[in-house]
Design a protein around this ligand. Structure first.
Ligand code: IMP
Length: 444
């Protein structure tokens, strides 16, 4: 049975959790294939909000095996705390499986992430400071510790001693910090975390293949998004893994021929956290890391920027950071369609546009007088890109009760049809509010 990938198409925070949850209902396995607890999915069930960082969305269904695959970086303390939170809310976590090949986040990763950002000052990336980049760096440098090392305390300790010697030199000589203690780290990981994690550690590649061979439905769940991809995003303002659909293959251990459906999630507008280029960005009156300066910006732009942040509740699920807002960017989306070979789109948060007189879509960039309809590959061109907008009438109707296509006013339908025409793939699902049932399923 073929597999489905759900992938973010912008800079993350598209509201993937809601539609991943919806698609997950039909699946037997839900597999997280990259990232770590830099992610934050919020799923609202019967008015109760579940904020997930590491555990795949499928955990809320009894029939699903949630899998944290080899491509993920795992902080065991965070994972166990998340399981405790879910258990306290009555969710059964016993089915969660964690790949023995997934890499561990260790305290020095978080320290180095935090200190590097501080040292970079104004040039910082605005990372989540969760140790994600340093953990993936160690994986690539082949000095990482893996989840399976927890099962062999001697190997864990030997690897830790080697790597910590170097990390402590870096902490002392580059960052002028006190060294970390190997005994303390080993005690926490081996004595406190291991006994609780051990029942969940598994050969997840085998698990995924057994499921596929048995004809089960497998959902591959991406975290972050296309333009935070290490290879294809707005480097260096990216995360350190591959959220694009292709990353699902390496991150879960399957070949591309198993994937026959790739659903891209896009918000009806765009947000970004952290620094980096953002052609359709609107200034806001509050502070946001890397945000557009307010100098010379007219009141109308500030009003719109604030509208997206306030009405869309655009604050980080876990970090609480204010997100930078902007209009929908069809140039980026066309590129995301290519990079992920999207078969369909789901648009989230359409209701956030409900009160606007008119809505804008960026259809091309003006780069020093030249019109570009594709994303420029050169960073200087992307920094220089000015959006070329098409303006459409707003619908000025409350969509939060809309659940059928015919509930959508003509202007909202026209907006969706315009996006489809611009990006070339059908929009199957449209989010009209945060609740599990607040969406419209569009059919052919
Ligand atoms: P890191 O993943 O913590 O290394 O952060 C690198 C960049 O990715 C920063 O700009 C973060 O704000 C961004 N980022 C990481 N995870 C997410 C996410 O789940 N949503 C949105 N942005 C994210």
């Amino acid at each position: 049975m073929p597999a489905t990938v759900v992938v973010g198409t912008q800079w993350g925070d598209e509201g993937k959790g809601k539609f991943t949850d919806l698609v997950a209902k039909e699946m037997q396995l839900v597999v997280r294939y990259q990232g770590g607890h830099n992610a934050g999915h919020t799923i609202v069930v019967d008015g109760e909000s579940f904020a997930l960082q590491l555990v795949p969305s499928g955990v809320l269904y009894d029939h699903i095996t949630p899998v944290i695959a080899n491509g993920v970086v795992v902080d065991p303390t965070v994972l166990l705390a998340e399981m405790d939170m879910l258990t306290a809310k009555g969710v059964d976590c016993s089915r969660i499986k964690v790949s023995g090949n997934a890499h561990l986040i260790l305290p020095y990763h978080q320290e180095i992430d935090r200190l590097t950002e501080r040292r970079l000052g104004n040039a910082k990336l605005g990372t989540t400071k969760r140790g994600i980049g340093p953990a993936y760096s160690d994986k690539a440098s082949r000095v990482g510790l893996r989840v399976q090392d927890l099962l062999d305390p001697k190997i864990f300790r030997a690897k830790l001693d080697v790597v910590l010697k170097e990390k402590n030199q870096v902490l002392a000589k580059v960052f002028n910090q006190l060294p970390l203690d190997a005994d303390e780290i080993a005690h926490h990981y081996l004595e406190e975390c291991r006994p609780r994690l051990e029942p969940h550690i598994a050969d997840t590649v085998n698990l995924v293949h057994e499921a596929l061979e048995a004809g089960q439905h497998v959902l591959l769940e991406g975290a972050q998004a296309t333009f935070l991809d290490l290879d294809h995003g707005t480097y260096p303002f990216v995360t350190s893994s591959n959220p694009v659909a292709g990353g699902a293959c390496t991150g879960a251990g399957i070949g591309p021929r198993y994937i026959d459906r790739v659903m891209g999630i896009a918000k009806a507008y765009v947000t970004r956290v952290g620094t980096g280029p953002f052609p359709t960005e609107l200034a806001i009156s509050g502070e946001a890391v890397g945000g557009k300066p307010r100098d010379g910006v007219d009141d109308e732009e500030l009003r719109l920027g604030d509208h997206f942040v306030d009405v869309g509740h655009e604050y980080g699920t876990n970090s609480g950071r204010r997100r930078r807002p902007g209009w929908f960017d069809a140039v980026m989306l066309r590129h995301a369609v290519r990079l992920n070979s999207l078969s369909e789109l789901a648009i989230t948060k359409l209701d956030v546009l409900d009160k606007l007189e008119e809505v804008r879509v960026c259809v091309a960039y003006d780069v020093r007088g030249e019109r570009m309809e594709h994303l420029p590959y050169h960073q200087s061109d992307l920094h220089a890109a000015r959006p070329v907008y098409e303006t459409l009438p707003g619908w000025r109707t409350d969509l939060t009760q809309a659940t059928e296509t015919h509930h959508l006013p003509r202007e909202a339908e026209d907006y969706l049809a315009f996006l489809e025409e611009q990006v070339g793939v059908p929009i199957r699902l449209v989010g009209t509010g945060p609740g599990r049932t607040q969406f419209v399923h569009r059919r052919d």
